[in-house]
Design a protein around this ligand. Structure first.
Ligand code: ZN
Ligand code: ZN
Length: 620
């Protein structure tokens, strides 16, 4: 449940709103010091523990991690609220230069402190935690010093999300949560003033996003919080104070919107807005910090180009094979991609009725689980079952399905597979949704979200619980695993190698491949809107509304769209590499169990650990 931050950011196809926390800036920056931090150095190579180490560094490192987290929560109480740590829930940090300087100092100090630990003297879980903390600290310093989104992305200033978590999470009585909210509200006017002070030259794309999202923030202060006061037992003076705070907060949001609109008009006129495309140099650095891959952004882009060609070739060959089965009297069109598109549209008619959607997901879960068990693909844990439930009301509105895993501070809670009934949809919307999640794709979605995708992965990760890996989860690993698990299931015979299943899978997989191509093409190669829509609609078989939404998202986010494909490619390539290396000794189930035992660490870090261990295990 508390993994909401991760759940929302990674498991749904969402926009940039949760892409990154406000990025601080240091005014008293020491250039030499930055160089000395070797921000460019890749994450530490992780080796297996040396059992006879002279000093056991593990207890000391455990203590370090706890302190590191506590200091992190103090500096970023909103982030803390998202992961379920509520000690500082009444503090809203004002994102001004002073605070950025504090944050930067913290990152530099912690990075320095990490040097007392040697990955070789830590157990595998701690060694990977060390690599994760180090990678994060380097990234944060880079975001402050170089990326500087706080100067050009007005959409990152939005305090509403954490207010929403406090309002909707039942961690203490409502009346107490409302008093917490009241204290937090005091800083909202200053918060927006700091935003205005920070912003120099925004992009037009982020300006419109900020205007749109700030109306959402306004709704929080004008409607959502006031609605809850009615049902609470607040005493009159407290309720009055809250009302005043809400009023002042709403005024602050409104003036921010006015300021944004004025800025928008000014920049539209002068033509001096910042280009939303970040360019090759920033892209490669951001890719390295966010994905922590062994590939560069450009290498991944090239991989995606060949993956697209390969998928097209497979889809064309399947279509040629089964075309006569569905269109007896029609010759297959010469434009083979058009033929593929026509066949996919035809097959999409096979789907459940709207009132059966939730039941069908419930029905499939044990079947998929049994396939995984019977084929010995990976271990499962019957003591931690997945609970399929209707999505709670306040979380509805985005995707039809998502997984809520227990958070780091509540690790034994249930894992929920949230499914939204299609009640809010018009007939037309429901039909379009059901065609998208048709007979075949719905099964692939269940594999991705649940078994052996997100649910199974997180269940394995929780066997050696690490707050660090849970909080700073590597998105490419988590999403990459879910995408990998789809193909792995089909390769193992799930769906009986039915050509229709492979065709639909290819369309589904094409989406993550094309996201990578799109992201790099737009951010680095200057791809224009029409070319992007052509790529999405004619080469990835997407509907116009989906394609237009994707274009918008790709103009306001950077790199995040590549995380699914990068994690998937790296896991797949690593598996093939190990098969080669191990020959007859390779066992798929052992590989999966071992791989997942490292938790949500970057694939490159897991690979290093596993290869080192294999090296040690080699018969001399
Ligand atoms: Zn996912
Ligand atoms: Zn239909």
């Amino acid at each position: 449940m508390k993994l909401k931050l991760i759940a929302v950011c990674l498991f749904l196809v969402l926009g940039a709103s949760c892409a990154e926390a406000p990025e601080p800036k240091a005014d008293n920056l020491n250039e030499a010091e930055v160089d000395a931090q070797e921000i460019e150095t890749p994450v530490a190579v992780v080796n297996v523990p040396v059992i006879e180490a002279l000093t056991d560094q593990n207890p000391r490192f455990d203590a370090f991690k706890e302190n590191f987290l506590n200091r992190t929560w103090k500096l970023d109480p909103s982030f803390a609220v998202y992961v379920g740590f509520y000690q500082y829930d009444d503090i809203l940090v004002v994102p001004n230069g002073e605070h950025r300087a504090l944050q930067r100092e913290f990152y530099v100090t912690e990075l320095q402190a990490l040097k007392q630990f040697d990955a070789n003297q830590l157990n595998a879980s701690n060694a990977t935690d060390l690599a994760i903390i180090e990678g994060r600290l380097r990234a944060q310093i880079w975001y402050i010093d170089v990326y500087r989104a706080y100067e050009w992305n007005p959409a990152q200033y939005n305090p509403a999300g954490a207010f929403g978590v406090i309002l909707n999470t039942d961690y203490k009585p409502l009346s107490e949560r409302l008093q917490t909210i009241s204290r937090r509200l005091e800083s909202v006017p200053e918060y927006y003033q700091a935003a205005i002070n920070n912003l120099k030259t925004p992009t037009l794309e982020h300006l419109s996003l900020a205007i749109q999202q700030s109306s959402g923030a306004l709704k929080m202060f004008e409607n959502l919080i006031p609605d809850k006061i009615q049902g609470s037992e607040l005493e009159a003076p407290v309720a009055e104070q809250l009302a005043v705070g809400l009023d002042e907060a709403a005024t602050a949001v409104k003036s921010y919107i006015v300021w944004l609109e004025a800025k928008q008009a000014e920049l539209q006129q002068s033509g001096n807005a910042r280009n939303f495309r970040i360019g090759a140099e920033l892209y490669e650095k951001k890719f390295k910090h966010d994905i922590e891959s062994n590939y560069t952004g450009k290498e991944l882009y090239n991989l995606a180009l060949s993956a697209k060609d390969k998928l097209h070739a497979e889809m064309i060959s399947i279509s040629e094979e089964i075309w006569p089965k569905y269109f007896q009297d029609q010759p297959i069109p010469d434009d083979r991609l058009a033929a593929v598109k026509q066949l996919i549209e035809h097959l999409s008619q096979k789907h459940v009725e709207r009132d059966q959607f939730v039941d069908e997901i419930r029905r499939q879960m044990p079947i998929i689980q049994k396939f995984m068990d019977d084929n010995k693909l990976l271990d499962s844990d019957p003591t931690r079952p997945l609970v399929v439930r209707l999505t709670p009301e306040y979380q509805r509105g985005f995707a039809g399905a998502s997984v809520n895993a227990p958070g780091p501070y509540d690790a034994t809670a249930n894992t929920y597979y949230n499914v939204s009934p299609l009640d809010d949809y018009s007939d037309q919307q429901a039909e379009s949704y059901l065609r998208e999640y048709n007979h075949w794709i719905l099964q692939i979605l269940n594999i991705h979200e649940a078994i052996p995708g997100h649910y199974t992965q997180l269940m394995h990760a929780n066997k050696s619980p690490s707050k660090i890996k849970s909080i700073f989860a590597n998105g490419a690993m988590v999403e990459g695993w879910a995408v990998y698990s789809e193909r792995m299931m089909l390769e193992s015979g799930y769906g009986d190698n039915e050509p229709e299943m492979w065709l639909m899978y290819s369309k589904w997989n094409l989406r993550v491949v094309v996201n990578t191509i799109l992201d790099y093409s737009i951010q680095v190669l200057g791809m224009e809107r029409e070319a992007a829509l052509d790529l999405l609609m004619n080469q990835a078989f997407q509907e116009r509304t989906e394609a237009e939404g994707k274009w918008r998202r790709a103009t306001v986010s950077q790199v995040q769209l590549t995380s699914y494909f990068s994690g998937y490619s790296e896991i797949y390539a690593f598996r093939e590499e190990l098969k080669q290396k191990m020959g007859d000794r390779f066992d798929l189930r052992t590989f999966h169990n071992k791989f997942l035992s490292y938790g949500n660490a970057p694939v490159a870090v897991i690979r290093n650990s596993m290869l080192a261990e294999l090296e040690l295990a080699k018969p001399q």
